[in-house]
Design a protein around this ligand. Sequence first.
Ligand code: 2HA
Ligand code: ZN
Length: 272
Amino acid sequence: MKKKDIFHAPFVEAMKEMTSNMYRLGWDERNGGNISYLLDSEEVAEYLDLSQVKRIIPISFQAPELAGRIFIVTGTGKYFKNVESDPETNLGIIRISADGANAELLWGYRDGGRFTSELPAHLMSHIARLSVDPENRVVMHCHPTNLLAMTYVHSLDTNEFTHTLWQMSTECVVVFPDGVEVLPWMLCGTNEIGEATAEKMKSARSVVWAMHGLYGAGKTPDEAFGLVETVEKAATIYMLTAHLPRVNTITDEQLQVLADAFKVTPKAGILK
Ligand code: 2HA
Ligand code: ZN
């Protein structure tokens, strides 16, 4: 049966749209940021012959939980701004091998490239999110300007950081009642930061990497993107106001009223 045109596949279009928007929002300078999106194998088979593996690329850890699962992933060293005009070079579609130790390249990385250096954090985060939400599909990492700035001037205590963000805009506690988890500065691209991120992802969909950026997860590209957008908006309000006298705030009682009205449960231990 003739395959459909991969360049018009909804998941390729979604990656183009996300990377372009993130670049224009200033969250992904140079080669900053990376995205992985877990795909439906039957849908991918409408576009690609899944028996045609172009290359085998080892991953530096074992992910047997994801054996056979197919992801579209941004490439290492690639610039988000270039994905839209050349998705086949800047993106790849990989299938995790049966033993969980390799990536089977099905499409993309046309210049001989490979997946993001942050693949450990991505795959480990997928495993963690899927264990608590089987519908999770997207993990994205970026360098949102105000969130990064906030990690230089605010306590890195997870609950204090979450509380401040919830106060910065009325929608926050509704959009991320699970709060944000904060990791201290760590070396990026390693299994260690991947393991630490995934551990946090078991309880929250957003993980801050201090002095570096943010990880966000969601069921759809829109949901993950909207989460990152909302966290960054709150951090922006914080950075616009942190040096000014605070005259008004959203109280803990009001945050609870919001949570009740929108039927969400705020992470325990934050509201007094
Ligand atoms: O891929 O953002 O954390 C570039 C990065 C690494
Ligand atoms: Zn980064």
